[in-house]
Design a protein around this ligand. Structure first.
Ligand code: GLA
Length: 392
């Protein structure tokens, strides 16, 4: 049995033991990485994410108590709430409750659910365990009530969970990646029109390695909101000056002169967005041409822009990337995700993975007294609902 099926079977058993019945629906969602296209989702740009072989599984059934009873095997924690209100401040409870409420449009009374969550996606490591949780619950409810929500609808409602229940005004990169990915592929998602292009991934001589810096910044979510606001502000100023500019896609790398009207800080933010979109398109070409060197250079350029223009990196990760340049077999890498700590994604020549990880770990420990954790990545299919038992 593969790890995905093992997780499903395990989750089903936990549910049966906990609630003395079978779950009606089981859904499973992978975590995600992002190769390139950072901080552009909420700016209607382009990203290139992929789902990874770490999973979160949700088993769920209706109950007649008008309560949501939840158990997380991963956290060994549980809750029991009224369906209509949640005063629980635990993060995972807010995600579960928020996902159920958003999926049913807040409109359904007399409902209750029993739910079990079980996950192999590391939490707080920048691979979107929370998006996987939202997506799994939304998919389950969609199936259970035959709501016929489209993928885009599911993604939007997951975003509403972040906005309305967690108070993070995130984009939709994470949920899109968890839901829409395909095995052995990466995809380019255009957040302007939600167009998706899959690229079969058959590069044999390289490995993608995720390195967790183990740096978590308290300020990360307020800084994220600061960036969202700065981009909004920049766009307002540009639109006032030129009514041909309605969004950042109306600018391109050759028209950045037009942003000289902006104060320096906002100009830098816009340069990042416009140049990052350009790098995503170039990465697509580089992958198609199997040009490893170009791919590495684009990752390095992306890191530099996130560090200098968007200012979402941190000393520890900048040092890691700088040091990595001296390691044989490292082709390129960059800070990944929201930033201010978290993980880096690295492109490594096959055969050099272990020495890269060893050398980087020794350097990092010596310089910052911290361990860094490495993960070898493979790309898998997006989320699915895989079990329904109507004989409950
Ligand atoms: C976080 C957010 C995403 C996206 C990335 C940065 O992961 O949840 O929506 O904005 O940061 O690319």
């Amino acid at each position: 049995m593969n790890p995905k099926h093992t997780l499903v079977e395990q989750t089903k058993k936990i549910f049966q033991n906990k609630y003395n019945k079978n779950p009606e629906v089981i859904s499973i969602s992978p975590g995600r990485i992002n190769i390139i296209g950072e901080h552009v989702d909420y700016n209607l740009g382009l990203s290139m994410p992929a789902a990874i072989d770490k999973y979160l599984c949700v088993a769920i059934s209706k109950n007649k108590e008008e309560k949501i009873n939840g158990y997380s095997e991963t956290l060994d924690d549980s809750f029991s709430n009224n369906y209509s209100s949640n005063n629980d401040s635990r993060h995972w409870v807010k995600y579960v409750h928020g996902s159920i409420i958003e999926s049913l449009n807040k409109s359904s009374d007399n409902l209750g659910f029993d739910i079990v969550i079980n996950s192999t996606i590391p939490m707080g490591k920048g691979v979107s365990s929370s998006a996987a949780l939202e997506v799994s619950i939304l998919l389950s409810i969609n199936k259970m009530f035959n709501l016929k929500m489209s993928n885009n609808d599911i993604i939007k409602r997951c975003q509403s969970v972040d906005h309305n229940h967690i108070n993070i005004k995130s984009g939709i990169l994470d949920q899109s990646a968890c839901l829409l990915s395909k095995k052995d592929s990466i995809f380019i998602i255009d957040f302007f029109n939600m167009n998706i292009e899959y690229i079969k991934y058959n590069l044999k001589n390289i490995k993608w390695i995720l390195i967790d810096s183990n740096i978590r910044r308290e300020l990360a979510s307020s800084k994220y909101h600061e960036r969202v606001d700065e981009c909004k502000q920049a766009l307002e100023i540009l639109a006032l000056q030129n009514n041909n500019i309605n969004n950042f896609r109306d600018l391109n790398i050759n028209r950045v002169k037009e942003i000289s009207i902006l104060p320096l800080k906002l100009r830098k933010r816009v340069i990042h967005i416009v140049s990052e979109n350009d790098r995503v398109s170039k990465m697509k070409e580089a992958i198609k041409e199997q040009s490893i060197k170009k791919m590495g250079d684009l990752l390095i350029k992306s890191h530099e822009s996130l560090r200098d223009n968007y200012e979402v990196s941190c000393t520890e990760i900048d040092s890691m990337i700088k040091f990595s340049k001296s390691i044989k077999g490292w082709i390129g890498g960059r800070i990944m995700g929201g930033g201010f700590g978290g993980a880096t994604i690295n492109l490594i020549e096959l055969g050099h993975e272990d020495s890269f990880i060893d050398k980087l770990s020794i350097f990092y420990k010596k310089k910052f007294g911290l361990n860094c954790d490495a993960e070898d990545l493979s790309f898998v299919d997006g989320a699915e609902t895989i079990y329904i038992n109507s004989l409950n």
